[in-house]
Design a protein around this ligand. Structure first.
Ligand code: ZN
Length: 372
């Protein structure tokens, strides 16, 4: 036990918590940028069983962020290389290796032996599949996603909160860039992967009835932007119309979707002239997310109003997710948050005007609320 004394001394873990971890069975889907730090911290923490599934081979471009691997592993199977490293870290770990890609035909059989599933994948198809299989089996899913300097973490656990489809009802129709195309700096994978290991431990303890102040991200999405060091913690409600976690588990049928990459980060901010064009036309809606009194005091002609404070918990009325949107507030901070919320609700074309009303050089009109 002295090996784990630095964590058993914590009141929230203790000897009892450590015994829970030593019996726990965790499956890590993907041992790339997120799976590497997550699996390493879990192995180091004295986990009982760790399954790793990945059908890829280590290549040189992985080494910049996939810290499980060394140059000597280039060309080798990722899970075999990962297993060797993880066993060296902790010989007591019962390590199970699945040298294959996850798909609708193998997911349930593999997942059934585990208490929790970590999503270290980088595409929507895999995330939907993991979510659907977890909801069907009643398992919590620790979700992570990274792009460029930004990342997201959450816990989807249909029995206690929303599922991934409550946040994203369906995969986006348009193709979104992956890490290879949009780039990523290694450290963000380390941050998000480590947070996923923390969430896994918190959920395992909670699931086993070990109640403490440790509060996993169930129903919350943590967004970390290491370009600006802005952190956001968004509420993710269990969606009333969620076809997956509101229905019966028996009726869930797993499907293999065409791979669509995920991108956690926002799109390019829009310029002043683009905003003027949008206000003058009909094709792009301009949404002002300031509070009502700020809007009444003065706003852009051609914009419509829905305050961020309402957007956190309410759906934007009468707007299809395909609608192109520009979001504006006073100084660009609230609109950035609104952009994230809308993007996470499936709005595919949302852009922020970072200069806000403060940076607007034209006229403002003052009048009562306009309907969208
Ligand atoms: Zn759901």
């Amino acid at each position: 036990m002295s090996r784990y004394s630095r964590q058993t001394i914590l009141a929230e873990i203790g000897v009892e918590g450590q015994a829970i971890l030593e019996k726990a069975r965790v499956l890590c889907v993907g041992v790339g940028g997120l799976g590497s730090p997550a699996a390493m911290y879990l192995a180091a923490a004295g986990l009982g069983t760790l399954g790793v599934i990945d059908g890829d081979v280590v290549d040189a471009t992985n080494l910049q962020r996939q810290v499980l691997f060394t140059e000597a592993n280039i060309g080798q199977s990722k899970v075999q290389a990962a297993a060797e490293r993880l066993r060296a870290m902790n010989s007591a770990l019962d390590l199970r290796v699945f040298d294959q890609h996850l798909d609708a035909s193998n997911a349930l059989k593999i997942f059934a032996d585990y208490d929790i599933v970590l999503d270290g994948t980088d595409n929507f198809a895999a995330k939907f599949l993991i979510n659907d299989a977890c909801v069907k089996l009643g398992l919590p899913m620790v979700y992570g996603s990274i792009s460029q300097f930004e990342g997201q973490v959450s816990v989807f656990w249909a029995e206690r909160g929303p599922c991934y489809r409550c946040l994203h009802p369906a995969p986006p129709k348009s193709r979104i860039q992956n890490c290879a195309e949009s780039g990523v700096l290694g450290g963000i994978a380390g941050v998000i992967g480590s947070m996923m290991a923390m969430e896994t431990i918190k959920v395992l303890l909670l699931k086993a009835g070990h109640v403490s102040r440790l509060n996993p991200l169930v129903g919350r999405l943590q967004i970390v932007d290491l370009a600006t060091n802005e952190m956001m913690n968004l509420q993710v409600p269990k969606r009333a119309g969620c076809a997956l976690c509101r229905g019966s588990r028996e009726q869930i049928v797993l499907q293999d979707l065409a791979p669509i990459s995920c991108q956690a980060s926002a799109s390019k901010p829009i310029r002043h002239d683009e905003l003027c064009e949008a206000l003058a036309g009909e094709a792009i809606k301009v949404l002002d997310v300031r509070e009502l009194q700020e809007w009444t005091h003065g706003h852009l002609a051609g914009s419509f109003h829905f305050a961020l404070s309402r957007l956190e918990s309410e759906e934007l009325p009468q707007l299809a997710p395909e609608t192109p949107l520009i979001v504006i507030c006073q100084a660009g901070v609230r609109s950035k948050r609104a952009e994230q919320i809308l993007r996470n609700r499936g709005f595919q074309d949302v852009r922020n005007f970072p200069a806000g009303i403060n940076g607007w050089t034209g006229e403002l009109q003052a009048e009562s609320l306009q309907a969208p």
